[in-house]
Design a protein. Structure first.
Length: 245
């Protein structure tokens, strides 16, 4: 049973690379988050396929920021039809519908999560956001993205539209453990690495807001005494303002 250890060692190396190479970008993203919240702007998160889990990671989370707006679209998620979600994420023009539905505005932030950063919807969304004056933060895998061609008419990939790029430091194809018998890799790292990066951004945002004299709004765990009361006050305040609450 060497493969579990190999995977964990691979993941540990990814985390080492993130700590060596991504702290500057994490700090920039944290400052952007803090500026948005201090100025009553929105923070959107958008991902397709498995990347939607990272849009969900920061939402309504114990110890997470309250004012997070995940962009949830069932056709782009896996629970309706996994294969169809792959088709939809490559469709041109689909992002406009979501952009309008969520009323994204100038000076808002959008974090767009895509390991490859090459498919139509995520690149469309980045381009739309950039054209409309949002701050675009890309959470992607530069190693993978730079090795592949774009599927977007512009010929560009997600990171090329981003103001801030967060690199999950994964390998090409994401899966990190090779099995000779099947001639294929397994065990991806992007979800674990991406979740860590995003939560590091949240921690930095809270630190920055406190330094600036603001008290950040942060959910409590509902499974600790008093947590329900804390969260209910936030729900009452934002239920009509945050779509998925």
């Amino acid at each position: 049973m060497n493969k579990p250890l190999e995977y964990l060692e691979n993941l540990s190396r990814v985390f080492d690379e993130i700590m060596k190479n991504q702290l500057g970008s994490i700090e920039k993203a944290a400052e952007a988050f803090a500026f948005a919240l201090e100025n009553d702007r929105n923070i959107f998160l958008f991902g397709t396929g498995h990347s939607h889990m990272l849009a969900e990671e920061l939402f309504y989370r114990a110890g997470g920021l309250v004012k997070i707006q995940p962009v949830f679209e069932e056709d782009l998620m896996l629970h309706i039809s996994a294969s169809k979600s792959t088709e939809f994420e490559r469709l041109e023009g689909y992002a406009q519908k979501l952009f309008d539905c969520y009323s994204m505005k100038e000076n808002d932030i959008i974090v767009i999560i895509s390991n490859s950063g090459r498919n139509g919807v995520c690149v469309d969304m980045a381009q739309l956001a950039k054209e409309n004056g949002l701050t675009v933060i890309a959470l992607t895998n530069l190693n993978h993205s730079k090795s592949m061609s774009s599927r977007h008419p512009s010929g560009k990939k997600l990171y090329e539209f981003a103001d801030i790029v967060l690199d999950n430091m994964g390998c090409v194809g994401d899966a990190s453990v090779y099995f000779d018998e099947i001639k294929r890799n397994a065990a991806p790292t992007s979800t674990s690495a991406g979740a860590a990066i995003l939560n590091a951004v949240v921690a930095g945002c809270i630190e920055k807001m406190l330094d600036d004299g603001f008290i950040p709004e942060v959910f409590s765990s509902s499974n600790v005494d008093g947590g329900d009361a804390v969260n209910e006050a936030f729900l009452e305040k934002y239920r009509d303002k945050i779509k998925s609450l």
